[in-house]
Write a protein that binds this ligand. Structure first.
Ligand code: GUN
Length: 295
């Protein structure tokens, strides 16, 4: 079985991005800038934001993190976004989710200038993706990272049956729509399963490419997978494990041990889809910089 190594691909990609950033800096004197806003102190979000800022600096981009207290008003957040929309040094704006209850996430998504929406959450970007205008939008980072992995591993996709389990706006919906497009690493027949789907194994057993984005540890078991399928695991679930330092470990939505005996290729957790997400965020930020500077 082929292990699809997202850690390695993300390192390659970050090196490529660094080279581009260095070249543009020499050419124009400018560098791409990413601003991340975090509201409150959710521990998982703090880790994600720290990693985003660190990787951003590693590849030579300007990183700004705006930390706001948990009781921040929606109005204050929207005003801050407005200022960032008008700041020419800011090429990417990302508001870390989840947000506190008093703030409407959709209002925040709508407030971000689509040309700086490196998360790809704005309806204009998602709509362009659905219509196949990938060169004129931002694709949300996790699905984009999966596309990159399929491409770099030369996974055959044309005419294959791709089953996406999960229908979130961040992963399931953009993922399914991407796989439907007539592109090199896509062009699939697509089925989407979700929490109300009756008999999920009936569908997953027919998948040539199975993408699991459910959020439940070990949900996809070997009996649900067609022999030879390519299995992409988007899940990052904490399960208790007294033998580790933190008392927990991370597992995916796929029962790795069981499914690896059936699949032809698979992404591990950790080290599969996860590391690709930040790399694609920086790729989107570079793309925003290129578009605004006509590069
Ligand atoms: N929370 C978890 N994943 C993400 C992401 O990709 N973007 C944002 N903005 N928030 C998140």
């Amino acid at each position: 079985m082929l292990i699809i190594d997202g850690k390695k691909v993300s390192l390659d990609l970050k090196n490529e991005l660094k080279e581009s950033v260095d070249n543009y800096k020499a050419q124009t004197g400018k560098v791409p800038g990413l601003t991340v806003i975090i509201v409150g102190k959710d521990p998982a979000s703090q880790v994600y934001v720290r990693n985003k800022a660190k990787t951003c600096k590693e590849i030579g981009m300007i990183s700004m993190v705006i930390e706001m207290p948990a009781d921040t008003t929606e109005e204050h957040l929207l005003n801050t976004i407005k200022d960032l929309n008008n700041d020419p040094a800011v090429h990417g704006i990302l508001v870390q989710q989840p947000l506190p209850k008093q703030i409407d996430e959709f209002a925040v998504t709508l407030a971000i200038d689509p040309s700086k929406d490196v998360d790809g959450f704005h309806p204009e970007n998602l709509g362009r993706l659905v219509m196949g205008h990938l060169d004129k939008c931002f694709v949300s980072c996790t699905p984009y990272g999966i596309l990159e992995l399929l491409g770099r591993y030369n996974i055959e996709t044309k005419g294959k049956h791709c089953v996406v389990v999960g229908r979130s706006n961040i992963v399931g919906k953009p993922m399914a729509n991407l796989m439907l497009q007539k592109l090199e690493a896509t062009n699939c027949t697509v089925t989407i399963c979700h929490s109300a789907t009756k008999n999920i194994p009936f569908y997953t057993q027919q998948a040539d490419i199975l993408i699991a984005a459910i959020g439940k540890a070990g949900f996809i078991t070997a009996d649900m997978v067609k022999p030879g399928a390519v299995v992409i695991d988007v899940g990052i679930n904490r399960i208790e494990d007294a033998s580790t330092k933190n008392g927990y470990r991370l597992v995916g939505d796929v029962d790795y041990e069981g499914v690896s005996a059936v699949a032809s290729a698979m992404t591990p957790v950790p080290g599969g889809v996860g590391p690709m997400t930040i790399a694609m965020l920086l790729k989107n930020t570079l793309q925003s910089f290129q578009r605004t500077n006509g590069l």
